[in-house]
Design a protein around this ligand. Structure first.
Ligand code: SF4
Length: 231
């Protein structure tokens, strides 16, 4: 039998099943904790740090923290929001994110967070890294310029034998996420679409379909990120 626990987020009393991932428990209570590498239904990673909150006075990532009775969580504070903004700015400065020419524009969570934090130009110098666009796969375009290495695709996209479609290549600051030519050989259109939807940016693009939803009518063109959750 599940046990329910009471906790607070920004002094709002919340209830959830004990041991539930804090980020999901917040959603159940109509509260959005900004995040990027987390994705419902796949194991959390805690790599982007955007969901950092303050729990009983200490910083922790909400995706890797489980709720327990009596937790006091601070989510929206000037300090935490400033930190999240800085992480988003770093991600923009570190890659080549050319939003106006991206098929994910309007569906991109990084772009949507930039809107949230009113970022027009990052506060860090652009690095303009030289990165490839891979077009060899018959169904997938992989744009390394836009990849933020969140690893959602590695954690969440597997073929019918349970083998990952995407994996790591190279190391250190050269780390890339590649398409595995063997496991992706017979990938279905549905799974390609799922990978594209799961990718928070425009690093995985399904070939041969574009502008199905017109610019201006896309998810974050219509409502800011998080508002679909908030009470
Ligand atoms: S391809 Fe997309 S989902 Fe995969 S690691 Fe890069 S940004 Fe994340």
């Amino acid at each position: 039998m599940s046990t329910f626990v009471k906790f607070t987020i920004d002094e709002i009393v919340c209830m959830s099943e004990e041991g539930r991932q804090l980020i999901e428990a917040a959603v159940e209570n109509g509260i959005y904790i900004p995040n990027l590498c987390n994705y419902p239904g796949i194991p959390p990673k805690g790599s982007c740090r955007i969901c950092t909150v303050e729990i009983n006075g200490r910083h922790a990532t909400a995706c890797t923290t489980k709720v327990v009775e009596g937790m006091e969580i601070k989510n929206i504070t000037p300090e935490l929001e400033e930190f999240r903004k800085a992480v988003v700015e770093i991600l923009f400065a570190e890659g080549n994110h050319l939003c106006p020419s991206c098929e994910k524009s309007g569906f991109c969570e990084l772009q949507a967070l930039a809107y949230r934090y009113r970022i027009t130009v990052p506060g860090f110098p652009y690095m303009f890294p030289k990165r490839d666009v891979e077009a060899w796969h018959p169904k997938i375009l992989k744009d390394h310029n836009r990849c933020i290495l969140c690893k959602r695709c590695i954690r969440g996209i597997h073929n019918s034998e349970g083998k990952p479609i995407f994996d790591f290549g190279k190391r250190g600051d050269k780390l890339v996420i590649n398409i595995d030519p063997d496991t992706s050989k017979n990938i279905s259109d549905d799974l390609v679409q799922k990978a594209m939807d799961m990718c928070p940016v425009g690093a995985i693009i399904r070939k041969e379909i574009g502008f199905k939803v017109p610019i201006g009518e896309r998810r974050y063109d219509i409502a800011p990120i998080g508002t679909e959750i908030e009470n």
